[in-house]
Design a protein around this ligand. Structure first.
Ligand code: NAP
Length: 312
């Protein structure tokens, strides 16, 4: 009989398709229903997405739990320390999505400076016949500050180099092998660049890292692009900065309360918004589903997991 796997939340259909070929997939379900499920004591795997919540209580409902396999590189919704304390491991899907997320960061940088959504509307609604659009802002040659110089941060830097941008970054530690300037504080980095792009993990250590002080340091000609997690930005401070000329504009793929971004963000003209689509291409989502599934297959084959999270 196929092993039973619990879905922590609604999963990507490509992941569901891969899992359903091999296992009996149940859930998501409320904790009470899980406690009453006949397979509960035998379930060793939770399957999750990058935005799933996998709290201690869900893990504790499964006494045989050995693996939480996340289809996504971010896993801030998983209580990793609790998993470790229970003798379970957590895996994620790094690298296969670097290109797509980095591409989207450049798309947002270009869209906000060249006002691409407004330009598209300008052609569609006939405004062009009445005159030209107001001028945009040149991206090539801008000073770029990258907050988080990991796998995706480096893919963004490579692309930005092709745009002639000068690149500085902050991270927890300097990467001396990289040809980019390290700035230890995010506020000092903001003060020194035109475009601040965020690509750190979410979670407590980066919560509201971009606050009123950092936005003031970025200044009235500065832009923020967030492809990290909504929690990295104090959105109330961002709305204030965008509404009062403290910064010039923002491109946002992620929000504090998804899928319900603040009304104020949805009405501002100096923001470009996308619905958390950093890795959302067919090829990349399939590669993520395949990798998340391979980790589960390896668990059942008692082989070493392919991509455990660093804490594991
Ligand atoms: P990664 O390789 O682990 O890189 C993370 C970077 O963030 C590292 O440079 C790290 O610094 C830095 N960092 C971590 N905590 C920090 C802190 N408290 N202060 C300053 N810098 C900090 O991860 P990745 O694969 O590039 O992915 C990064 C994140 O992107 C994911 O965790 C996820 O939240 C987000 N993401 C979003 C989408 C989307 O759809 N928009 C898609 C994929 C990923 P050190 O190098 O010094 O450790």
């Amino acid at each position: 009989m196929n092993p039973t796997i619990l879905a922590a939340s609604p999963l990507n259909p490509l992941f569901v398709a891969e899992l359903s070929k091999r296992y009996t997939l149940i859930g998501p379900m409320p904790l009470d229903d899980l406690m009453a499920h006949p397979d509960r004591e035998h379930i060793t795997v939770i399957a999750a997405g990058g935005e799933s919540k996998v709290p201690a209580a869900m893990m504790d409902a499964l006494p045989a739990l050995k693996l939480v396999s996340v289809m996504g590189v971010g896993y801030d919704g998983v209580d990793v320390q609790h998993a470790i304390s229970r003798g379970a491991l957590v895996t994620h899907t790094p690298n296969v999505l670097n290109d797509d997320v980095a591409d989207l960061a450049l798309v947002l940088m270009l869209s906000i400076t060249r006002r691409i959504p407004q330009a598209d509307a300008f052609v569609r609604n006939g405004s062009w016949a009445k005159g030209n659009m107001p001028l945009g802002t040149k991206l090539s040659g801008m000073r770029l500050g990258i907050v988080g110089m990991g796998r995706i941060g480096q893919a963004i830097a490579t692309r930005a180099e092709a745009f002639g941008m000068s690149i500085a970054y902050t991270a927890r530690s300097e990467k001396s092998a990289l040809p980019y300037r390290f700035v230890p504080s995010v506020k000092a980095l903001a003060a020194d660049v035109d475009m601040l792009t965020l690509i750190t993990p979410g979670g407590a250590s980066t919560h509201h890292m971009i606050n009123a002080e950092v936005l003031t340091a970025l200044g009235p000609k500065g832009y923020v692009v967030n492809v990290a997690r909504g929690s990295v930005v104090d959105e109330a401070a961002l709305v204030h900065a965008l509404s009062n000329g403290v910064i010039a504009g923002a491109g946002l793929d992620v929000f504090e309360n998804e899928p319900h971004p603040l009304d104020a963000l949805r009405t501002l003209d100096n923001v470009v918004l996308t619905p958390h689509i950093g890795s959302a291409t067919g090829a990349t989502r399939q590669a993520m589903a395949d990798l998340a599934t391979r980790n589960i297959e390896r668990h059942f084959a008692s082989e070493a997991l392919e991509t455990p999270v660093p804490e594991c």
